[in-house]
Every structure is written in C-alpha cells, then in structure tokens.
Design a protein around this ligand. Structure first.
Ligand code: ADP
Length: 250
C-alpha cells in the first residue's frame, strides 16, 4: 500500500499542494484528475521522488520513503512525450535501463513483456518509424522491464486518438491486473479518468476535492466543483458515458 500523509508544497510562497492524504492499495489504478495548474504533476513528481515536498510523509508497504532518493524508491514513470531515444531502435530503447541493472529481469521475462505489448514486429525499427501507439507501448515496455514497484504515467493518452487511445487504455488496465502493479495516472480528462481507473483523486487548486470510485464520483459528487468539472465534460461526451454509467447522465 502507498500512503501519502499531509503532503504540502509551495513554490515561491504560492501553495501548490495542501495537506494531501491518500491511501492506494496494491494493484489499483488511481487517476490524479484536475484542471491545468491544479498540482497533479507536482504530486506525481513528489511520489516519484523528483520533487521535494515541504511537509508530509510517503510510506510504501509501511516503509518510510520520505527521505529516500528517486533511484532507490523503485518507482518508474512514463513521461507524456515518452522520452524515447530517437537514434536507437525500439529494442535498444526497451533494454536501455537494464544496462546498470543487470539480472533484474531474465531473458524470458523480457520476452514476456515484449509479447504482452505485441512489440515483436517492431523491435528493429527506429523510434521515428513507429506510430504514436507503438511509441507508447515501447515506453511502457521500457518502464516495465525495470520491474517498478509503482508505475506512474503522465497523461498517457493525450497524444493518442480514437482506436489507438482505447487500445492503450485496455493495455494499461491489463498491465495493472496481470502484474498486480499499482498505477498512478495524471490526466486532465474526466472521461479518461472515469473509464480507466479504480479510483480517482480530484484535485482543485492543490486540495483534494473528492477521492472515490468512478461510480461514487458520478452518482455522489461531493461538492459543486466535482459536479461542474465532471458533468460539464460528460455532457460533451454523452454517448460514452451513457453506456458506462446509465441514463441519467446521457
Ligand atoms: P498540473 O499538473 O495540474 O497542470 P502542476 O503541478 O504542473 O499542475 O503545477 C501546479 C502549480 O505549481 C502551477 O501554478 C505551476 O505554475 C506551479 N509550478 C509547478 N512547477 C513549478 C516550479 N518548478 N517552479 C515554480 N512553480 C511551479
């Protein structure tokens, strides 16, 4: 279990996160959902260990990670732009991080990840020869072979559209299930959060507006912000939500 206790952060005396408390169970997919500038990326980077918090504690399976460096936390992130090396092949990108971490993943496991993400036909291609969805799968494979204790994804669907977006969504769900991997996703899109996550943390200006399952948030929005923010977006995408959550939102 990942536990965040009273996490606060200011930049130049501007409060960006205020007393964030959160518990995430093993194998859960949790989205951090909010408008631009609400503090989602800052919270993701604090969990990763990239950004220092001002106050608070982070515990993972009862171990206090508050002062543990990023590289020693064992959490890995897929950045929004994938951050793949363009001069290397897909395969070279996937194994890149293993250079300094020999023995962490066996050859059989490596093949399992490649098969799972259906990357075999693309291994020898350069990054520029891959589609957006293929690049995202390479980025996921490169991260998974590091055997992260927690998978962090920053806007994983924002560069994708239509069918590809749906297929990556399903892929993320099956990774969390297959590998019992706790997954934390930053998104500004309520529909993505509602259809992808077990639980959603809605952040408004650095404060938790609501934390709950998609059903709880849809049927019992805790305050006006949640109602406005979620429902406005849902009205734009009526059809999908109608199928998912029933008539009253269509
Ligand atoms: P989100 O991911 O929800 O768009 P961020 O966490 O990136 O929001 O940013 C939250 C607030 O913190 C914004 O007002 C942003 O300008 C500010 N901020 C983020 N990173 C820095 C930084 N390194 N220095 C100063 N201000 C920052």
């Amino acid at each position: 279990m990942l536990k965040l206790e009273n996490i606060s952060k200011q930049y130049h005396s501007k409060v960006v996160l205020e007393n964030i408390n959160l518990e995430i169970e093993s194998g859960e997919i949790v989205s951090l959902l909010g408008q631009s500038g609400s503090g989602k990326t800052t919270l993701l980077n604090i969990i990763l260990g990239l950004t220092k918090m001002d106050n608070g504690r982070i515990l993972f399976n009862d171990q206090d990670l508050t002062n543990v460096k990023m590289k020693d936390r064992g959490f890995n992130i897929v950045f929004q732009d994938y951050a793949l090396f363009p001069h290397l092949t897909a395969y070279e990108n996937i194994i890149y991080g293993l250079k300094n971490k020999r023995g962490s993943v066996s050859e059989a496991e490596l093949q399992e990840y490649i098969d799972f993400l259906e990357l075999k036909p693309h291994l020898q291609k350069k990054i520029g020869e891959l589609s957006g969805g293929q690049k995202q799968r390479v980025a996921l494979a490169r991260t998974l072979v590091m055997k992260p204790k927690i998978l962090l994804l920053d806007e994983p669907l924002s560069a994708l559209d239509g069918v590809i977006k749906e297929s990556i969504k399903e892929r993320i769900k099956s990774i969390a299930k297959e590998f019992q991997l706790t997954t934390i996703i930053v998104t500004h899109d309520p529909e993505e959060a509602l259809t992808l996550s077990d639980k959603i943390l809605i952040i408004d200006q650095g404060n938790i507006s609501q934390f709950g399952t998609p059903q709880e948030i849809i049927h019992h929005p805790k305050n006006e912000f949640v109602k406005e923010f979620i429902l406005k977006q849902l009205q734009i995408k009526r059809q999908n939500i109608f199928q998912l959550f029933g008539e009253q939102y269509a």
